[in-house]
Ligand binder design. Structure first.
Ligand code: PEP
Ligand code: MG
Length: 312
């Protein structure tokens, strides 16, 4: 448990001095949705839709997609849910997309890149999401994975609005996107940082390679500096900046992320209570001091140590 944090979380996503931080869950199934609600999540920060289709040989019809998404959204009537469009490719090949073999799939046609020459797949998915949003009454936003540039973000936001969906965002998980956070936030309503892929691409270290796990440590100061850049852009433009990678599930790191300007933390349901309590356990200023301390560290171990000391 976190020193200084209350043993129980009261379910309100905020620092001790009332700065709002959404404490939301990552889900991919009806079972996850139920677990997230039971855990006290305020909503969903990442619904990984590709998990519904890993076994599909053909593109599921819109009606099938609509009812699959609707069943997962049902427990979230009136609550915020961020639905991510298909993140196929690399570690998640989808049979129905016939993606072919690439020598370097993590750097290949994956995520939103699949949609550029198959816009119909995206538009049908967005139609199904819009239907499921209406069926469930959930407060749905949609975001794209693996966006690299502001023009890709603008293109995606255009498709989302054409589908009649209200809010469009993108994931920040390619270093170029983090470096263009301001330009991206000018054309979308929010961003969410995928620290798993962002670390992989920043350190040129395959996230599945156990031997490179130390480079993929979310406490790496270089990764935290990029998060801070995105946080600053969000604050300047007055738009939400989330984190939905594993980093958000670490109660100590969660406070550092808040200090870097992150306004929403999305995580495995099991981490919700601990992170909610940790964020509530101190002020926004304390989070900022912890962030400042971590940014100046030479390595992940020192960043952790400095953040812990700063939070007393
Ligand atoms: C991430 O990359 O951090 C992320 C949340 O997306 P996924 O783990 O599904 O690639
Ligand atoms: Mg990712």
């Amino acid at each position: 448990a976190q020193r200084g944090a209350p043993a129980e979380w009261n379910g309100v996503g905020a620092t001790a001095d009332g700065h709002a931080v959404n404490i939301v869950a990552n889900i991919g199934s009806v079972a996850d949705a139920r677990t997230a609600v039971e855990a006290g999540a305020q909503g969903v920060g990442l619904f990984r839709t590709e998990f519904c289709y890993l076994a599909a040989d053909d593109e599921p019809p819109v009606a099938t997609q609509r009812s699959a998404y609707g069943a997962i959204l049902a427990p979230f009537t009136g609550r915020p849910v961020v639905v991510r469009t298909l993140d196929a490719g690399a570690d998640k090949p989808l049979a129905f997309l016939n993606m072919g073999v690439e020598p370097n799939p993590a750097l290949g046609v994956r995520g939103v890149r699949v949609s550029f020459d198959r816009q119909g797949v995206l538009d049908r998915q967005l139609e199904a999401i819009a239907g499921a949003a209406a069926d469930s009454g959930a407060d749905v936003s949609v975001m794209a994975p693996m966006v690299s540039t502001a023009s890709e973000a603008a293109w995606f936001a255009g498709r989302v609005r054409a589908a009649g969906l209200g809010r469009a965002g993108v994931m920040i998980e390619v270093p170029a996107a983090a470096l263009s956070a301001r330009e991206i936030l000018e054309v979308v309503d929010f961003v969410s940082i995928g620290t798993n892929d962002l670390a992989q691409y920043v350190f040129a270290a395959d996230r599945m390679a156990g031997a490179l796990a130390a480079l993929n440590d979310p406490w790496q100061p270089a990764l935290l500096r990029l998060v801070g850049m995105v946080g600053e852009a969000g604050a300047e433009l007055g738009k939400p900046v989330g984190v939905c990678g594993e980093a958000a599930a670490d109660p100590l790191l969660a406070r550092v992320l808040v200090g870097l300007g992150v306004t929403s933390l999305s995580m495995v349901p099991a981490a919700v209570t601990g992170v909610g309590a940790a964020v509530a356990g101190g002020s926004l200023d304390a989070c900022r001091r912890a962030a400042e301390a971590a940014l100046g560290a030479a390595d992940p171990a020192e960043a952790r140590q400095r953040a812990r000391e700063a939070l007393g």
